[in-house]
Every structure is written in structure tokens, then in C-alpha cells.
Design a protein around this ligand. Sequence first.
Ligand code: IFM
Length: 451
Amino acid sequence: MSRQFSDEFYRTLPKDFLWGVASAAYQIEGAVNEDGRGQSIWDVFSHTKGKTFGGDTGDLACDHYHRYPEDFRMMKQLGLKNYRLSIAWPRLLPEGHGTVNQKGLDFYDRLIEELLENGIDPSVTLYHWDLPNALQEKGGWANRDTAYRFEDYAGLIYRHFGDRVKRFITHNEPWCTAVLGHFIGEHAPGLHDEKLTALAAHHVLVSHGLAVQAYRDLNLDGEVGITLNLNPVYAASHHDKDNFAANIQDVFSNRWFLDPIFKGQYPAELEQVVGSLKELHQAEDLAIISRPIDFLGINFYSYSIVEYDDGSPLHVKNVTPKDRVTDMGWPVLGSSLTDLLMRLKNDYGSLPLYITENGAAYVDVLEDGKVHDPDRIDYLADHFEAMAEAIRRGVDLRGYYLWTFMDNFEWAYGYSKRFGIVYTDYATQQRIPKDSALWYADVISRAANKM
Ligand code: IFM
């Protein structure tokens, strides 16, 4: 089998290192009109002409809502013991707040029980982008009130599921919620407004801090953190101007969220990127945002090289690296993950870290019941080596959740991009493990045997 690791690699991993897979509700569940689920902003967005590839929606997705028992059986067969899923806010609170939908709670109760029966530990993300549309109609994340509604929603989840779920992630990739949703408009709610972007980012962060406190108040036995999508930035040269551009890009991509969470302040340069912050914020907000968390989740896919550019608003221009790229066009460089992990340790302290997503889309072809995906295996192996190198250098990395279990609804790209290690045949809803799934199963089993 391709890309084996040495015994030393397995010995490097901490004893209880977690191997898992990750997913998100809207990308796999389907059943958007079932059992009292309310509408989310992604229902509205994906049904708006021209917003997604081919007009694809999450209406059916992988039909996981009905097929989760067979999906979990396959996870078990592959030796997976950890699964990161997200809860759809509009299934529990169709209006975003107020009356609780019992059938929504029942669904996730059944799902969690099924996982546990298969020996798989759930980690739960509270918000993976499917805001109840009723809250969007009141301004969504740009309205401070949404942060308080999120605090209530978080409390409901902790009280109901906190006995069985031991790891909670408040938000998935707040950068995407803010920038893709409110500035670039590629994600729901599809806005293009700089001021609303800064407000949304801030309110998401406040809601995170409130949800951390809500978890602490309940004294539950488990941990709470947040997942950020982080992207190491390199200057194209050692010239001051390129270093300046790299710093601005780093503030925009990474420090906008890292600094307030870990240092209780926004980077000084952020105003150059998003305009004045003062009028947006209340005095105590940064204390709320920086409430201590138990771990940081990192979603890692790629990196950037930038140079100074007089003509662009931020004076930053992306340089196309020479590396191989995935089907998303994202350059692949495993060592940039080691750089990122070292940087987090050096600049933000030795907090426990999890890779909460990492993986790659490639053009997969189903032939004679098999999918050969050597590029994905190479991508994963490079990143596993990069993790091991960071661990050797003292990073407290505790686990890895591969994105993703099965091909699914890739947001604006619809079903045109396949990130899964399991192939989804959308016509039949059949799941077919790709070579990478078998390879990952082998890594997990060797890791278990060598520890
Ligand atoms: O599919 C997404 C996921 O929802 C969030 N992180 C990145 C993945 C790949 O684009």
C-alpha cells in the first residue's frame, strides 16, 4: 500500500492521539423540510438563482438524516473512533430562539446514541454556517442580538447533550462567516458590505465568548474551544514592501481572529484592513471574547505567497506558487502546516491543538466499483508528516479530523467538488470507500497497534 510511515512516526504521536473525520449538517443531512426544521440562510441562498454551481442545494445532500446508521457502520468498519459533526441550529430552534423543536433534539439524540453504540466519540460544532433565516431577517450576525441568541442556543445544546458529548466547538471558521458571507458574498447571506463584515466578525467572536462562559457555568465534564481556518502567509521576497504585504495579509487571514481570542485585543493593523473598529464595539467585549478556552481547532488546507502591490486596496497581491494544486486550485505544501503549528505555539502559547479539518478535493472516478485517489493519499501523508514534525518540536497536537468522510455539498461549488474519502454516488446514494479510506484505516490501525 502506498505511502507508509516509519515506526518512529507512530512513536512520535502522543499516546491518546485522536484520528477522526469531520462533517457539517447542511453539507450532508438533507431532510430540510422534515420534523419541524426551520429554514436556514443556506436554504435561501442555495435556492437563489446563480449562487451555487448548477443551482445545487442541500435539500437532499447525502440523505444522512435517514442514512446515518449505515454511515456510522462504515465508519466503524474503517476503524474510526472520532467524528466531528455539527448541529443544525434551525432543527432545534426553527425561529432561532424561543420554542424548542423536540423532534430536532430527538434526531440528534438518536444520532449520538448510534455513534456511541458504534464506539465513535462525537465532537460537536454548534455553528457551521446554517443560521436560522428568521434571525437573518433581523440582521443576522451583523445584529448584536444574534450573539445572545447563540448563547441561549449553546446553553440548550450543552444542557441536553453535554452528558454524552465531551468536546464542543463554538464556531467553525468565523472568517468565512464574516468575509465570504458579508463581503465576498460567495456564501450565505451573500452580502457585499465592509461595515457589516466587521460587525459580523465581531459579533461572532462575542457569541463565541458568551458560549464559552455558558459552558463553564454548567460545570460539565468536557472541553470547549473554537475552530479557525488558518493560512500561513509567506512574503515573496525579503524586501520590506513584500514583508509589509505579508503582514497585512496575515492580519486579515489569521490575526483578526487569533489575537482577540488569545490576547484580548485586535491587531493594530486591522483598521487598515476593515476600517475603524471603535464605534462597533462595547468596552467589555474583548474580555468576553478572550475567555480561556480548552483547545484551538485548526482547519488547514493551504498557504499563500504574497507581494506588495500599489494598485490593490490592501497593497497585497497573491503570487501563484509552483506547487501542485488540488481540484480547488489550492497549492499543496505540507511543511506549511508545520510552520503554522510552530507559529501558534510561539505566538499564542502552548494550548492543546486539534486539526479539526484537513483534506483535499480531487477529480475522482468510480471504475469497477473502486476509486483510486493517489493524489489525496499523497496530500494526507504529507500533512501527517508535517504534524509529526511539529509534535517532535514540542507542539501539543492532540488529534486530527480528516475533511471529510463522504463527498458532500461543497457550498457554492455544490456537488462538483469531492473532498470525501468515501465516494458518494448521488444518483443511488451508495457510499463507496476510496483507496484513501482504506489507506487511512490502515494508518489508524497501525497507530493503535504501535502505541
Ligand atoms: O467544506 C468546507 C467545510 O465546510 C469548511 N471548511 C472547508 C471545507 C472545504 O472547503
